[in-house]
Design a protein around this ligand. Sequence first.
Ligand code: ZN
Length: 611
Amino acid sequence: MANYIPEDKIAEIKHSTDIVDVISEFVLLKKAGKNFLGLCPFHSENAPSFTVSPEKQIFYCFGCTVGGNVFSFLMKYQNISFPEAAGVLARQHGIEIPVQGMSPDQKKRISERERLFDINRQAMDFFRQVLNGVKSGNHAMTYLKDRGIRKDIIDHFYLGYAPDGWDNIVHFFTRKQVPLPLVEKAGLIVGRKNKDGFYDRFRGRIIFPILDLNMRVMGFGGRVMDDSMPKYLNSPETPVYNKSRSLYGIHRAKHHCRENDTVYVAEGYFDLLSLHQHGIQNAVATLGTALTTSHIQILKGYASRIILVYDSDDAGIRAAIRSVGIFLEAGVDARILVLPKGYDPDSYLFEYGYESFMDATGNAQSVMGFLMDSAMRKHGLSIEGKIRVISEMKEPLASISDRLERSLYIKDLAERLGIDETAVLEKVKEISAKNMGRAKHTTWSKQGKVAGYYNAGHNIRENGLSDKSIRLEQQIIAMMLQYPKILIEIDRRNILAFFEDDVLRSIGQLILDHMARSDENVSEIIDLITDEKQKNMVTALAFKEDQWDDESCLGIIDRFESIRDKNEKALLEKIKMAEKNNDFELLAKLLSEKQKMAVLKEKKKMSPWRH
Ligand SMILES: [Zn+2]
């Protein structure tokens, strides 16, 4: 994969980037010994098992066994290809990458994404010009001013206006000689049903450009200024826009979220703008979708506390309830701010201002408190009501993994309902027992982590090889990665040739070919592996905490050879038996095996360390 970009360029990019800096952009990392630890952005977890090694320039998650180098991280996190990841880093460091050498297919895919971003940016500029200068934008500007939106906010969020009419954008891009099918792919225009031409998707709407973390324009939201429907219209999913992973305003909010260790999540564009305008800049909004696990995983990288600020209307409450499960699963400190009836964040802030909003924030409820309140409001406190409340609460309560926390909430609920605590406890236990059975297969137990760590990459049982020999082979690979001094010995004794596991043997060969002849390191080896699982496995083995020295390394090699010799002895025994039984077919097979072994051993030379 790496060969689409000249090797010296890749080396240049690597030398100018530090994996800790790059990952820190997206994940909160804390120093722990010689490594950095954080909450994994690729799976939900409460305790950090996502580990970054500045020394080796690699990362590995002991929870979900994903690992790699700085390129693998960006590829996975942003869902982009290797050349794109290299491009992102190159741009940050002013390194130019020649496009020659890419396969036509690669070039097409990358240039298409780049072109879609470019088309979106041009469209954004067009919409802004209309809002700011052209006559047809006047009433839109007046509308925004009437809503109290300041000019600096309009500018920081690049607000624009899509004029009335069916083909303003169509004409704009036709004049610029941009192929219209590409503009359609960007979601800006729509093909007519009779296949004859295109028309503008956004017409007579205030435009909210949606930017990603790298300030690229992914898509747009559009709002009408009257009562026509639909009130909001968004770009469709495109190769550069994925709703469930996108958050409105993240480009302005990310640094403020870090500073405050808190992020506010609103629902609407105007709510978000009001929050920023009133000095609450650590705020983002979801884009016409419910909060997703991906959203939380992105936000976790910027703040450890998430405060949901939804409308107090029924739809807002329902959306908040839907988010609860995701919050619980992600194990974040999540709070829900319920505004007084009839208010959304926008109207509340304009009426009461910053101070009052912050006071309300102080009273934001925990997810559990919010759930209890809404269940009690819904069902009331009659006997039947209480039974329903408990039945509604038992599942969320059971999903709290911290035992102390769970027992405190159970106590709280019992007190609120005025019933005996053990009654609630029993109901929760029923669910817990059920969940335990399920969890066995889906979550990582302590042993699972270790097994996953060793098994990372491929299933041992499947290929019929013994755990013991695979472990030894993995240990040899780990040693080769971490103690390159041993490589010459591995080569001389031709150790890899006797590996039972084909995958490990080919990885070993790769290491031998690359690390022995130059000072390439683990991070470079990772670029040479295309298979995702193998990549994870190599990273896991590179992270393996062992103290390597000449003695321990030679000990492992000796052990490996003695097992091989034992196997050879067993082979000779089998040959004898086959001769005795006149089983010529088996004999031929065994003899060829013996022959192969002899050839391999012939190649082996004596160690320079022993003589
Ligand atoms: Zn993970």
